[in-house]
Design a protein around this ligand. Structure first.
Ligand code: 13P
Length: 257
């Protein structure tokens, strides 16, 4: 059975307890869209409160440290995310790479630590406008993924569910611009081939590859019906239940064909 479409909200640095009502509304709506897997990654401070109230959606973090603990002021480990009720972690987001200088090697260490802690991983990749204009987008993304995807001594049975890739062209994030369907299909096809090479057909052929960058209810159907797009990683439009669940609805319809 192929995995359900995965619609994940990245709340970034948005959300105080006042936003819990929105999380509740997302959770209630998700109970009516069981053909779609819905999840949100609020700021760390809301992981536990959302976990306590959610019945259907999974809650996760937007980053974690690669060590279990230690003298790392301000950091949070994968075990802490899991302890707070988090089920997954987004890693390698372009805003972390840019604002915190994260490298592929660090992201890989985080991914291995997260899987070790029992979390699922959503690993982000994506090129800048300059790189795309120079015709190097595919090469850049493949290099990022080769250097940051987790490695295993022995692949877990549920690997296809535990590792997800999110392709987010940087120039499409928060700009209202989206990549063309042809560009998305090309990139996702290249990522699929890489995942099969790394993890084999059984896992790599089935892992979900999300698209992210200005996904909205209005463009979701077109994006989500593109080959090898297994869901969406949504920023701005995940902040209200109305717009976020509009995307989930489109995902459900696409899955039904
Ligand atoms: P927007 O949906 O706001 O463009 O953000 C995308 C993103 O960065 C999700 O991780």
């Amino acid at each position: 059975m192929p995995l359900r479409p995965y619609i994940v909200g990245n709340w970034k640095m948005h959300g105080t307890r006042a936003m819990l009502s929105e999380a509740r509304a997302i959770d209630r709506a998700a109970q009516r869209h069981m053909k779609v897997e819905v999840a949100i990654a609020p700021p760390y401070t809301l992981i536990h409160p959302v976990h306590r109230e959610a019945e259907q959606i999974a809650v996760g973090a937007q980053d974690c440290h690669h060590e279990e603990g230690g003298a790392h002021t301000g950091d949070i480990s994968a075990n802490m995310v899991a302890d707070a009720g988090g089920k997954f972690v987004i890693l390698g987001h372009s805003e972390r790479r840019e604002n915190h200088g994260e490298t592929d090697a660090q992201i890989k260490a985080k991914a291995n630590a997260a899987l070790e802690a029992g979390l699922r991983v959503i690993l982000c990749c994506g090129e800048s406008e300059k790189t795309r204009d120079a015709g190097r987008a595919v090469a850049h993304v493949k290099k990022q993924l080769n250097a940051s995807l987790p490695t295993f001594d022995e692949q877990p049975e549920d690997l296809r569910e535990r590792v997800t890739v999110a392709y987010e062209p940087i120039w499409a994030i928060g700009t209202g611009k989206t990549a063309t369907v042809d560009d998305i299909a090309e990139m996702h096809g290249e990522i699929r081939a890489l995942l099969i090479k790394l993890y084999g057909e059984e896992h790599g052929g089935e892992m979900r590859i999300l698209y992210g960058g200005s996904v909205k209810p209005e463009n979701a159907s077109e994006i989500l019906s593109t080959p090898d797009v297994g869901g969406a990683l949504v920023g701005g439009a995940s902040l209200t239940a109305d717009s976020f669940m509009g995307i989930a609805l489109a995902a459900g319809e696409t899955a039904e064909g």
